[in-house]
Write a protein that binds this ligand. Structure first.
Ligand code: F3S
Length: 398
């Protein structure tokens, strides 16, 4: 990979330890994937924030980098392993909280906005169409590429952090237009009536498209929350963090439907529900917000919980960014949800919080949430927000 004089200087330690290490990571990646050069990025989203996943080795690595590392571009953080303020109420131990706070301190020292959300595009890290960025977190990467039309590979935590310290990333993969051409036509005949249907659709397309870029037809319109849910699912059950929906997402007008064609009908969507859902009646955990809830979703939760009570043996979480929670406070939604017995889980989520062994069965609107909850040994139920609220107030899935 060709390096400029300035980049050579960074690689040889001219800007300190963190930048040198970062350049080593970026050059190694560039060489592996055949990049010719580094390109500037407008922003970075760093995943790998939960102490649950990082452990002591990860914390040590971050502390080393934080000694002299300062990010060069707007950099935001993915969810951590706990709500940074309300962790006690969510059943997090003192020991875990102490370690998680050390992780956050290291990121703060680097100049990172400790936003702790997987929806950075909702809280101020919003790239423009065509802008190069270096994001990790698969749902956010898919949203950036497909809904915003920015350009990013699916970075890991360390490569995203390296891009933040250097302000650049190797130019390969989805940074190049020739690699952003759709190669499978997916025609959807299934009707999509509720938010979870978008998760089920993501499951179907992810499985059928595998490693191809889908060009989707048959969908006339989509709301941001629906696309957010679809992004999370399609990349969890498939592989490519990029899709086009004709006349809905940017760039679709530049392409024609590829010859290779598959159809998704209502039977496929029903089959997805059967695969995502387990046999479970008693529900002890309901979590909404994968990806993190928007203020619009929180408003809907508050409407549905008005004058109702969460069942005594069921825990109800709204996973969201602290920014969205502050808006919810202002609008009175927080008061309604908390009066019903619900809890806010800001800065964290059902996948990265240390939940293994705490709950038996979860109800959620999210297909991705079900995927990770199974890894946490929970039985899973995916349904509409109304069905999930009904499960939260009765403790049963019906
Ligand atoms: Fe976000 Fe956690 Fe889901 S990071 S996409 S809420 S698994």
């Amino acid at each position: 990979m060709h390096l400029t004089k300035e980049e050579e200087r960074m690689l040889s330690g001219g800007e300190g330890y963190a930048v040198k290490k970062s350049m080593e990571i970026l050059v190694a990646l560039g060489d592996i994937y055949g990049a010719e050069r580094l390109i500037k990025v407008g922003s970075v989203q760093v995943a790998g924030v939960s102490y649950h996943n990082l452990g002591d080795a990860g914390l040590e690595f971050l502390n080393e980098l934080a000694k002299d590392g300062k990010v060069k571009v707007l950099t935001t953080l993915n969810p951590a392993g706990m709500d940074l303020e309300n962790w006690r109420d969510l059943g997090i131990s003192e020991e875990f909280a102490e370690k998680q706070n050390l992780v956050i301190d290291a990121f703060k020292k680097m100049g990172i906005v400790t936003s702790c959300t997987c929806t950075p595009y909702l809280i101020g890290n919003l790239p423009r169409y065509g802008e190069h960025v270096a994001w990790s977190e698969s749902s956010a990467v898919t949203f950036a590429n497909s809904v915003i039309g920015a350009k990013t590979n699916r970075e890991g935590g360390p490569s995203a952090l390296a891009a933040a310290f250097v302000g650049k990333t190797p130019c390969y993969g989805l940074h190049l237009d020739e690699n952003r051409v759709p190669d499978v036509h997916v025609h959807v005949t299934a009707g999509l009536k509720k938010l979870s249907d978008w998760g089920a659709l993501g499951y179907c397309i992810g499985k059928k498209a595998e490693n191809k870029i889908p060009y989707i037809t048959g969908i006339a319109e989509a709301e941001v929350d629906e696309l957010k849910s679809f992004c999370a699912s399609v990349v969890t059950y498939g592989a490519k963090p990029l899709f086009y929906i004709r006349d809905v997402t940017p760039g679709s007008e530049k392409h024609q439907p590829p010859k290779d064609k598959v159809t998704i009908d209502s039977k496929d969507v029903e089959e997805a529900y059967r695969n995502i859902n387990d046999e479970a009646v008693d529900i002890d955990f309901v979590c909404i917000g994968c990806p993190h809830c928007s203020i619009k979703e929180i408003a809907e939760i508050a409407r549905l919980l008005t004058n109702r009570k969460i069942a005594p043996n069921t825990e109800f979480w709204v996973a969201t960014s602290r920014t969205a929670k502050q808006l919810a406070d202002m609008r009175g939604y927080t008061a309604i949800i908390e009066k019903a017995g619900g809890k806010f889980a800001c800065d964290t989520c059902m996948a990265v919080a240390p939940l293994k062994g705490r709950f038996k069965a979860i109800a959620t609107t999210s297909a991705k949430g079900c995927y990770y909850s199974r890894q946490n040994k929970m039985l899973t139920k995916m349904g509409s927000l109304e069905e999930c609220i009904a499960a939260a107030v009765s403790g049963k899935w019906s």
